[in-house]
Design a protein around this ligand. Sequence first.
Ligand code: 3HC
Length: 304
Amino acid sequence: KRPAGAPDRKLARDVSKVGVVGAGLMASQLALLFARRLEVPVVMTDIDQDRVDKGLSYVEGEIDKLRAKGRLDEGKAAKLRSLVSGTVDKTEAYAKADFVVEAVFEELSLKQRIFAELEEIVSPECILATNTSSLSVTDMAAGLKHPERVVGFHFFNPVAVMPLLEVVRGGTTDDATLATALSVGKQLKKSCVLVGDAPAFVVNRLLFRFLGEVFDAIDHGTPVAVADTALDPLGLPMRPLRLLELVGTGVTHHIAQIMHDAFPDRFGVSENLARLAESGATTLLTEDGSLDPELVAKLKTGDD
Ligand code: 3HC
């Protein structure tokens, strides 16, 4: 089904080479998804070879897992391995790309700089997509020679299994760009929704409202374990802290701050979330799903 407000699909252009800016977890998941579904070469870049190698190892590991589960035969696995590559040389990576998606740190000036740099490398028709979760797509395109080819392409973690893709129409995005983005989204087997360019689009507004309220309860003295499990009757696929672990404490705190800056009267920033982000913890839960006592000790809560 086509999303409401979608432009004529005949405007969509073919994509035969994809670039991914960044080789972190989100970028690596995107590289694998694009190669698997579009069956075209995908090149990742990052600021140093070590990061590129880590991204490529992640992709290799995921291909091995798919192979072990019988989701790919050896021929397809080998083809997939050959489609994904990585380099630190942006010109080599992107010169022939017709769709480049960036998945770097959530900072407007960094993303603007990357797009400006990309414009010097890619053809004028190459789509520049951003996986931003909360920043303005219009601001990201401002100052470019071809702002009409910038579009939001917001995925959800884990990318391989979450069906939704928010396609964001920026203030200058043209119909050919949107049609191409929607066509790519469909080839990626995602359910696309076409959303307007407003802070955090649609899904993250709800997600950050939800996580924000859970942390507000903790800040106001609800024990962490109680806040984490009290919502079980709602049948959510993941408890709040597992979700926080998945998204990352640093990323979550950063987006919460962006939401607060955009809507100060509607979104607060929890002190305890800030403490967790500062701790740099990547794991919040022990193997049996209970909270890591060392982390709980870092929080100021009703457990005290
Ligand atoms: N990478 C690849 N595949 C994964 C995966 C990962 N990280 N995590 C799970 N999977 C796969 C599993 O391998 C399994 O595949 P299989 O059917 O082939 O064996 C399948 O997903 C189901 O996994 P499990 O059986 O282990 O676990 P669950 O049934 O609990 O499902 C889940 C896992 C789908 C992740 C489910 O817990 C869920 O829907 N959680 C909510 C996630 C969510 O809300 N994500 C959005 C975060 S917000 C965001 O990303 C936006 C950003 O801007 C902040």
